[in-house]
Design a protein around this ligand. Structure first.
Ligand code: HEM
Length: 481
C-alpha cells in the first residue's frame, strides 16, 4: 500500500517537473508567434554563455550560436529573464524608435549596481527622461563644450601629458581617466578644494565597468562592494558641498556659473521634479559616466595608432597642418578646428569605437506586446540589441577585424546609424557622445604633436562581456620639442 502511494507521489513530482521544464522551454505567447530559440536550462538559461570571456575580435559566442541556429531574432533567457536577442538592424531601429513607449530601459541588477540603482537615467517615464537629459546636456551638449569646456579639456590634457610623460613611461588609460575626472569635476564644482577633489577622483576610479562579471564568478561581489562603498563616499562629499552652495545662494546670492549652480537653480524652481537628493544623484551619474568609458576608448585608440605607423603619419600631418597658423603651439585646438579640420581624426575615432564596441549589448523591456517581422515580443520580456554583431559584420564592414580608418572615407562621421551604434541610438543616444569625441580628439592632438611614443607590451583584451585588459596599455613617451 505504502509502496503504491510512494510511486504515485514520485510519478506526480516527475510529471510536475517535466511540465515545468516543458513550460520553461516553450513559453506561452498570448497572441502571435514567439521568435525561434532555446531557453536553455531553467532559471540559468544562457547566463553562463552570456558572461563567458571571449576574444576582442569575436562577437559574443552565445549570440553567434543563436544566429546560426535561429536567425537574426531569437529567444533565450539571461539572468533569469525571458529574453529576445535582436541582431537585425531594422528591428533595432524600430526598438529605438519606440523608446519610452513600447520599450523601456531595463538593465540587469548587476549592471544597475555598478551605475547606481538610483541613477536617474534608469528611471522610467518619457517626460522625466526628457527633463533629466535636457539638464545633463546643459553640461555635456555642444553649447557648453564650445563655450567653456574645450578650454579646460585642452589645458588639463596638456598638463597631465606633460607631467606623466616626464617619467618616460605612461599608462594611457590611467592618465586619461585622471585628467577627464580632473576637468569634469572642475566644470561641475568650480570652487572645489584640491584635497576633496583628489578624494573624489580616488573613489570614482574604483567604479569601473570591469567590475561587471558573471554572477557565478565570486570576485564580482568584491568588485560590487567596492563600487557601492565608493559611490557612498562620493555621494556624501557631494551632498555636503551641495548643501553649502544652497545656503550661500540664498544668503549671499553668490554665483559660480558651474553645473552645481545649474542644479541648485533647478532645485529652487517650483515643482517637485528634482530635489536635493536627485540633484546630487545626477551630478554623480555624470561623473561616473564620464571617466571609465572615454579613458578605455582613448587607451584602445592609442594602441591602434601605435600599431599602425601609416595611421600615425596621417594623424601627424593633419594635426601639424592645424598648428601651422597658430602662434601658441601648445594651446590645443579650437571648436572650429575640431569640427572642420580633423576629418581623418574623426575617422580614427569611429574606427576605434566600432572595434571596441564598449556596449556590446543594450537592454530594453517590452511594456506591451509588440509585433515585429512576423513575430511577437511579449510584454515583460527583455530585448537585447547587439551592436557588436553589426560592427563585426563583413557584409557591412569589409575585413571587419582590421583597424582601417580609411573605410570611413566619405561617410557620415559624427552621428550614428542603423549599422553604427557605438553610442546607442534613438532618444537614449549617449548624452556624453560629443564630450567623449572631443576629449579623444584633444588627447590625440596633444599626443601626436608633442610626443614620440611606442607601445611597451602586447595586450590581450578580452570581452566578458565588457572589455578587460590583461595589462595596462603602457607607452614609452618622450617630448619632441
Ligand atoms: C566613448 C565613450 C562612451 C561610449 C562608447 C558610450 C556609450 C553609450 C551607449 C551605448 C549608451 C546607450 C545605452 C542604452 O541605450 O541603453 C550611452 C548612454 C549614456 N551615456 Fe554614454 N558612452 C560614452 C561616454 C559617455 C560619457 C563621457 C558620458 C558622460 C559624461 C556618458 C553619459 C551617458 C548617459 C547619461 C547615457 C544615458 C542617456 C539617456 O538615457 O538618455 N557617456 N552611452
Amino acid at each position: 500500500m505504502w509502496g503504491v502511494a510512494l510511486s504515485v507521489v514520485i510519478a506526480l513530482v516527475v510529471v510536475k517537473i517535466t511540465l515545468w521544464f516543458y513550460r520553461w522551454a516553450n513559453p506561452e505567447c498570448s497572441s502571435g508567434k514567439l521568435p525561434p530559440g532555446s531557453m536553455g536550462f531553467p532559471m540559468i538559461g544562457e547566463t553562463i554563455e552570456f558572461f563567458k570571456p571571449h576574444s576582442f575580435y569575436e562577437i559574443p559566442p552565445f549570440i553567434k550560436k543563436g544566429m546560426s541556429r535561429y536567425g537574426s531574432l531569437f529567444r533565450t533567457s539571461i539572468l533569469g529573464s525571458k529574453t529576445i536577442v535582436s541582431t537585425d538592424p531594422e528591428v533595432n531601429f524600430e526598438i529605438f524608435k519606440q523608446e519610452n513607449r513600447c520599450f523601456v530601459m531595463s538593465y540587469p541588477e548587476i549592471i544597475l549596481r555598478i551605475f547606481g540603482k538610483d541613477n536617474l537615467f534608469f528611471k522610467q517615464g518619457m517626460e522625466f527622461h526628457k527633463y533629466i537629459r535636457h539638464i545633463a546636456l546643459q553640461l555635456l551638449g555642444p553649447e557648453c563644450l564650445k563655450r567653456r569646456f574645450i578650454h579646460e579639456i585642452n589645458l588639463t590634457t596638456h598638463e597631465h601629458l606633460k607631467t606623466d610623460s616626464s617619467r618616460g613611461v605612461l599608462d594611457v588609460k590611467d592618465t586619461a581617466a585622471r585628467l577627464i575626472l580632473g576637468h569634469m569635476i572642475q566644470m561641475v564644482i568650480s570652487d572645489i578644494k584640491s584635497d576633496i577633489k583628489s578624494k573624489i577622483i580616488l573613489n570614482l576610479r574604483k567604479i569601473s565597468l570591469e567590475a561587471l562579471r558573471s554572477p557565478f564568478d565570486l570576485s564580482i561581489w568584491k568588485g560590487l562592494y567596492n563600487c557601492l562603498m565608493a559611490r557612498r563616499n562620493v555621494t556624501k562629499m557631494l551632498k555636503d558641498m551641495f548643501k553649502k552652495r544652497r545656503e550661500e545662494a540664498s544668503s549671499d546670492g553668490l554665483r559660480y556659473g558651474d553645473f552645481m549652480e545649474t542644479m541648485v537653480d533647478e532645485v529652487e524652481k517650483e515643482g517637485d521634479k528634482v530635489n536635493e537628493e536627485r540633484a546630487v544623484e545626477l551630478i554623480l551619474d555624470i561623473l561616473i559616466g564620464s571617466s571609465d568609458t572615454t579613458s578605455t576608448i582613448i587607451g584602445i585608440t592609442v594602441k591602434f595608432i601605435a600599431e599602425n605607423p601609416k595611421v600615425l603619419r596621417e594623424l601627424k600631418r593633419e594635426h601639424e597642418t592645424i598648428l601651422t597658423n597658430k602662434d601658441d603651439k601648445e594651446c590645443g585646438i579650437t571648436w572650429k578646428e575640431y569640427k572642420s579640420m580633423m576629418n581623418f581624426t574623426h575617422m580614427v575615432i569611429n574606427e576605434s569605437l566600432r572595434l571596441a564596441t564598449l556596449a556590446p549589448t543594450i537592454f530594453r523591456k517590452a511594456v506591451s506586446n509588440v509585433e515585429i517581422k512576423g513575430y511577437t515580443i511579449p510584454a515583460g520580456w527583455i530585448v537585447v540589441v547587439a551592436p557588436s554583431v553589426l560592427h563585426y559584420d563583413p557584409q557591412i564592414y569589409e575585413n571587419p577585424c582590421e583597424f582601417n580608418p580609411w573605410r570611413w572615407e566619405g561617410k557620415e562621421l559624427l552621428s550614428g546609424s542603423k549599422t553604427f551604434m557605438a553610442f546607442g541610438g534613438g532618444a537614449r543616444l549617449c548624452a556624453g557622445a560629443e564630450f567623449a569625441r572631443l576629449q579623444i580628439a584633444i588627447f590625440i592632438h596633444h599626443l601626436v604633436t608633442n610626443y614620440d611614443f611606442s607601445l611597451i607590451d602586447n595586450h590581450d583584451i578580452i570581452r566578458a562581456p565588457v572589455l578587460r585588459f590583461s595589462k595596462p596599455i603602457r607607452i614609452t613617451i618622450s617630448g619632441t620639442h
